[in-house]
Design a protein around this ligand. Structure first.
Ligand code: HXC
Length: 260
């Protein structure tokens, strides 16, 4: 499958998706969304692929936001009637049960920051800059920025970012818990791919359930979350990969996973 606005490469068990509109700093237009939906569906459906990495082409940006030029003349009624941006959560985030990482190089602004926050975690280059500058355009985040940023960094910093539109550099983003680690720009892809390969080497069902469990922490009470966690843990004890994992530990060898 060839795409117009993204590049998709399978590297062993890892799918690498590169946003590829460098002239507009990888701005997210409707073609990008349609192609991301297809690429994520293909990743999810391919049993040989066990982790994905999303990054931006060029050295300047992960993505500088939703495409302002595409949105500027769009009638307001269409934003509502088309439920504009809803498919990012419905058809990228919710339909992807396998893990994926955002490798953020340069600007991750507006929808770019929001896309990075849709990932299971973010690895940032030292030159990464995060922001929700929509207020400067007379609007507000529309792809999850106010909600996911508040959950990631807390109310004070999320309010600061959304109300002032200022950018956060990589060091501040790491201190705030938005990103899991910072690496040199030239090492970003290598580190992200190594991390993805480590995830891809884990038992696949346990990988999906670990992801589901952590996400539950943002959706439910502690009491219910703890019950769900125990039930998922208990379900995993019935898998062949649990027997293999424990045998492999005792026999001091790597596990040979079956995904069942
Ligand atoms: C469309 C964009 C773009 C965007 C950059 N470009 N961001 N095109 N949508 N979001 C284009 C520019 O128009 C320009 O193309 C080219 O990319 C390079 O950008 P420059 O501005 O010349 O680069 P620079 O001076 O280095 O500034 C970089 C920047 C700036 C600070 C990132 O581009 C910027 O502020 N971009 C907008 C960031 C933003 O507001 N994002 C939020 C979008 S709204 P040309 O051809 O003109 O040279 C959003 C959700 C909205 O995400 C939800 C409400 C409905």
């Amino acid at each position: 499958m060839s795409y117009e606005t993204i590049l998709v490469e399978k590297k062993g068990a890892v799918t690498l998706i590169t946003l590829n509109r460098p002239k507009s700093l990888n701005a997210l237009n409707s073609t990008v969304l349609a192609e991301m939906i297809e690429a994520f569906a293909a990743y999810e459906a391919d049993a040989s692929q066990l982790c994905a990495v999303v990054t931006g082409s060029g050295d300047k940006a992960f993505a500088a936001g939703a495409d302002i030029k595409e949105m500027s003349d769009k009638p307001s009624a269409e934003f509502y009637s088309q439920d504009f941006f809803a498919d990012w959560t419905a058809k990228v985030v919710k339909s992807t049960r396998k893990p994926w990482i955002a490798a953020v190089n340069g600007f991750a602004l507006g929808g770019g920051c929001e896309l990075a926050m849709m990932a299971d975690f973010i690895i940032a280059s030292e030159n990464a800059k995060f922001g929700q500058p929509e207020i400067k355009l007379g609007v507000a985040p529309g792809m999850g920025g106010s909600q996911r940023l508040a959950r990631a960094v807390g109310k004070s910093k999320a309010m600061d970012m959304c109300l002032t539109g200022r950018m956060m550099d990589a060091a501040e983003a790491e201190r705030a818990g938005l990103v899991s680690q910072i690496v040199a720009p030239e090492a970003l892809l290598e580190v992200a791919m190594k991390s993805a390969e480590a995830i891809a080497s884990m038992p696949p069902l346990a990988s999906m359930m670990n992801k589901e469990m952590v996400n539950m922490a943002f959706e439910t009470t502690l009491e219910t979350g703890l019950i769900l966690e125990r039930r998922m843990f208990q379900v995993l004890t019935a898998t062949e990969d649990k027997a293999e994992g424990m045998a492999a530990f005792v026999e001091k060898r790597a596990g040979n996973w079956k995904g069942r």
